[in-house]
Design a binder for this molecule. Structure first.
Ligand code: UN1
Length: 500
């Protein structure tokens, strides 16, 4: 079955317009599925259904909501291989990474299922006698999730499981490059037994479906992951309606390699972080900041290893690096190679699309390393979102950290050093939301917050840890006075002190 539908109010329905679009495998152009090309009317239907379902869902006990989420984790685990293979076919990342993407969703489901029996509020003493003071978490209502193609299973999980366990209902618009995965995921929600309207799926363009979600008065939170430009636009549109917006956007992540680093370990971390997922992670390493004493040896070894990486279909065991998401991405990455050359950088390896043999059928770009990059060049400042790595020289750790911190993004940094004092200096001074010592820039785990500073986000965190609950709930502070008399906070407290 390659033709799919929207999922609205527990029913599978075509777009009202009857229009469709196609999703293709970026490794070879194969058709993966035909999807509804929805518009604002489909989006409005989904929001209405989610709003209707909300009142019952919010009253369904959180531990019971959590059981359904746990059930999703069980089905997903049973289907991990099948989902992983589909993920490679639709998005392109190599199979072991695709399985990791599915695993991250399983982890998140298990973690959030546990939250169903916590959802901690606050219980504190009152300043007055016979008075109870506490704060509880209320759900927001309908949450709109607008999700990207680079982690098509894990990132929706980061948003939807916490939203649901907190008692919200969800309308979901997945990226148009990976809609079939969203369809498969929704089938799992349906099988797990979520009541109609609690989870809804609308596929189609961001401009029509996403905008309709943002403007709909019944949507209370828009949670978005994608580019900084689109995120800014989401935020500006939502501001008109005073909506809560949680944004997770770009990165320009660096690996700092100090002179005292274990060079071979650093090389493994750089290759994995820069070329894993073909450089298409928000957390991908796109800058190496090498201290001057280690730079030339590091670069020689790194370039030799990068040149040997094998491009191909991610389902083949012989492939190290899969395709990028589509032809437009190949063009964009190549434009940056041209920009790098114009700015005076040297292309050490790669620097062109890969079109040998079967690769010509897909969207491939050779792993690329730019040397002689200065911190303020465009290739050192702008997100490329592909297998392109800029190498910058630094004099000292202070210099390296200053270069690291001076981009408009602030997601992930790593520092390779064998000196514990320098590691702690980095822990104090690095201003990104994630920091790794002696490990690459990718690989967050669901039990801790994920997110970034500056242009990467707007202060929210997702991807894990109990702090994500703050995004998906509203605090309600409750005082219960059982003294049977008027007690005035801040005023009657003086009288109490005198009685002591
Ligand atoms: C992303 O690229 O947006 O830390 C998410 C990591 C993964 C998640 C990346 N756990 O790289």
């Amino acid at each position: 079955m390659t033709e799919f539908k929207n999922f609205i109010g527990g029913k599978w329905v075509a777009a009202q317009s009857g229009k469709t679009f196609e999703s293709h495998n970026p490794a070879n152009g194969e058709l993966v599925g035909i999807l509804p090309l929805s518009d604002a009317s489909d989006a409005a239907d989904a929001v209405e259904q989610a709003a209707t379902a909300y009142d019952k869902w919010r009253k369904y006990p959180a531990p019971k909501r959590a059981e359904l989420i746990y059930r999703v984790s069980e089905i997903l685990r049973a289907r991990k291989q099948e989902m992983g293979e589909l993920l490679t076919r639709e998005m392109g990342k190599v199979l072991p990474e695709a399985l990791g993407d599915v695993q991250e969703a399983i982890d998140m489901a298990m973690y959030m299922a546990g939250e169903g029996r916590r959802l901690n509020g606050l219980l504190v003493p009152s300043e007055l006698p016979s008075k109870w003071a506490m704060a509880v978490r209320d759900p927001l209502g309908v949450v709109a999730a607008i999700t990207p193609w680079n982690f098509p299973i894990a990132i929706p999980a980061w948003k939807m499981f916490p939203a649901l366990v907190c008692g919200n209902t969800v309308v979901w618009k997945p990226a148009s490059d990976t809609p079939v995965l969203a369809e498969r995921m929704i089938q799992i929600y349906e099988e797990a037994g979520f009541p109609p309207g609690v989870v809804n799926l609308v596929t189609g363009p961001g401009g029509a479906v996403g905008d309709a979600f943002i403007a709909h008065p019944k949507v209370r939170l828009v949670t978005f992951t994608g580019s900084t430009d689109v995120g800014r636009d989401v935020s500006m549109q939502a501001a008109k309606y005073l909506k809560r917006v949680s944004l997770e956007m770009g990165g320009k992540n660096a690996i700092i390699v100090l002179d005292d680093a274990d060079i071979d370990l650093a090389i493994e971390g750089i290759l994995w972080s820069a070329f894993g997922t073909t450089g298409q992670r928000c957390t991908a390493c796109s800058r190496v900041i090498a201290q001057q004493g280690i730079k030339s040896e590091l670069l020689d070894k790194l370039a030799a290893r990068a040149a040997k990486l094998r491009l191909g279909d991610g389902l083949l065991a012989t492939t190290d690096v899969g395709p990028v998401i589509n032809k437009k991405a190949v063009e964009k990455i190549h434009e940056y190679t041209e920009i790098a050359k114009r700015e005076g950088a040297i292309v050490l390896v790669g620097g062109e699309p890969a079109t040998d043999g079967d690769l010509a059928k897909g969207s491939f770009y050779k792993p690329t390393i730019f040397d002689n990059v200065l911190p303020n060049m465009r290739v050192a400042q702008e997100e490329i979102f592909g297998p392109a790595l800029s190498v910058i020289k630094a004099g000292s750790i202070e210099d390296a950290i200053q270069i690291n911190n001076s981009t408009n993004f602030g997601l992930s940094t790593s520092v390779y050093t064998s000196n514990v004092n320098k590691a702690f200096e980095a822990m104090r001074d690095v201003t990104t939301g994630l920091l790794y010592i002696n490990a690459g820039t990718i690989g967050s785990e669901v039990q801790l917050p994920f997110g970034g500073t500056r242009g990467t986000g707007n202060g929210h965190r997702e991807g894990g840890g109990p702090v994500v609950l703050d995004t998906f709930t509203e605090w309600k502070t409750i005082y219960v006075d059982y003294s049977g008399r008027l007690q005035r906070a801040q005023i009657d407290t003086d009288a109490l002190a005198q009685k002591l």
